[in-house]
Design a protein around this ligand. Structure first.
Ligand SMILES: Cc1ncc(COP(=O)(O)O)c(C=O)c1O
Length: 397
């Protein structure tokens, strides 16, 4: 029998990052490609402790193992509402939060709730791949607005709006954007909110990296002052562990209701066991403060090591201030073809074109400093630049 898939499958892009992850398992491969948190940073014993405590208490064990409410366990929503170091919309009440299965699910539910086929949606250019995938699959018409060191160029958006563009929403990652590491300037954020109210669209701000500022915290989420037009997303993936699959959304009531309806049809609710473990860990203030300090320090030091190795003529990038990535421009280098040579030499990265919406980003590369220990990270970066013809080869390397 030949199996016919629904037509909507044609719109699914495969993610180059997931494809690269399969090559990443090769022995000796040094991957700058995945946005995978450092596994040594997982607070394994604290999470084991949380699981043991939850399961030893009959009331909590029942909540952890039973079906739960679609919008999430009240104990987790209450803890998140009181944890501004991670759920940074400090004005949000527990009732306003919806727990999702990672923030990727929140993006998916929002797209199901808000986007019809051919609706225009504005995104960062370059754009987080996972959002672009969901939007393309839904048949959205993607409109890229260029990102520079100060985040989305809101003046360009304003021009397009004046010219008649009426997006369903604007999706942006304002803090340490994936892939560019950019931070949205507060003046641009304020202007984005003003435009949202004037032209009647929602802003979806994905705060996946907001807790990972190395020196300073990034500006506060737009959702604090503009809960009427802003949906804020968050996740434990970059601060605890992605395998927990716990994220959240804070949205205006009508959007929240639509997300909850769509989620019910999708997975009933996020794993109750994961939710209780996260609630237990986040309620432990001393643990959380110490853990955030540890991962920020580790990533800051790795970011500095990578930035040092990239300090060569013909390579430009904004100094990393947080998050997991450096977005480097390699002058005159086609990074898609560089990738093939790099893989043959046991180095992986994601070429810029993978994140492209309207701009080609053909000379850019996303380099993650999250996963490799410093000496390997440095060597991988130097080898990559040597392959690109932008740095001398390492002696004997
Ligand atoms: C900007 C952004 N949003 C969302 C996600 C998905 O995260 P989660 O594990 O919470 O689904 C990622 C993962 O890399 C991301 O970079």
């Amino acid at each position: 029998m030949s199996i016919t898939l629904a037509r909507r499958n044609d719109a699914f892009e495969s993610s180059i990052v997931r494809e690269l992850l399969t090559v990443g398992d090769r022995p000796g491969m040094r991957s700058l490609a995945g946005g995978l948190p450092d596994p040594d940073s997982f607070p394994t014993s604290r999470l084991a402790d949380a699981a043991a405590r939850v399961l030893a208490d009959p009331g909590r064990a029942e909540r952890a193992l039973q079906y739960g409410p679609t919008d999430g366990l009240p104990e987790l929503r209450a803890v998140l509402a009181a944890t501004p170091s991670v759920q940074r919309v400090h004005t949000a009440t527990a009732d306003e939060l919806v727990i999702t299965t990672g923030s990727q699910q929140a993006v998916h539910l929002l797209v199901s709730a808000l986007v019809d086929h051919d609706d225009p949606v504005v995104v960062d250019d370059p754009c987080y791949l996972g959002a672009r995938q969901v939007l393309s699959a839904a048949g959205a018409r993607l409109v890229g607005v260029p990102v520079d060191a100060d985040g989305m160029n809101v003046a360009v958006l304003a021009e397009r709006l004046r010219a008649g563009l009426r997006p369903r929403f604007v999706y942006t990652v304002p803090a340490f954007q994936n892939p560019s590491g950019a931070v949205l300037h507060p003046d641009r954020g304020a202007e984005l909110v003003r435009l949202a109210r004037r032209y009647g669209f929602l802003v979806i701000e994905d705060d996946a990296y907001g807790a990972l500022g190395f020196v300073d915290a990034p500006p506060l989420p737009l959702g604090i002052d503009a809960p009427d037009v802003v949906v804020t997303l968050g996740t434990v993936s970059k601060v605890l562990a992605p395998g927990l699959r716990v994220g959240w959304a804070r949205a205006p009531q009508v959007v929240r209701d639509a997300i909850v309806r769509a989620k019910q049809a999708s997975d009933l609710h996020t794993s109750s066991l994961s939710q209780t473990i996260v609630a237990d860990a986040f309620a432990d203030r001393a643990f959380l403060a110490g853990h955030l300090e540890l991962i920020r320090t580790r990533y800051a030091s790795r970011a500095a090591a990578l930035a040092g190795a990239l300090d060569e003529p013909g390579v430009s990038f904004n100094p990393p201030r947080g998050g997991l990535f450096v977005w480097a421009r390699l002058d005159g280098v086609d990074t898609a073809s560089l990738l093939e040579r790099a893989i043959a030499n046991n180095v992986m990265f994601v070429p810029g074109h993978a994140f492209a919406v309207d701009e080609p980003w053909a000379q850019h590369a996303r380099l993650s400093f999250a996963t490799l220990p410093e000496p390997t990270l440095r060597d991988a970066a130097v080898d990559l630049l040597a392959l690109a013809g932008l740095a001398p080869s390492r002696v004997g390397g």
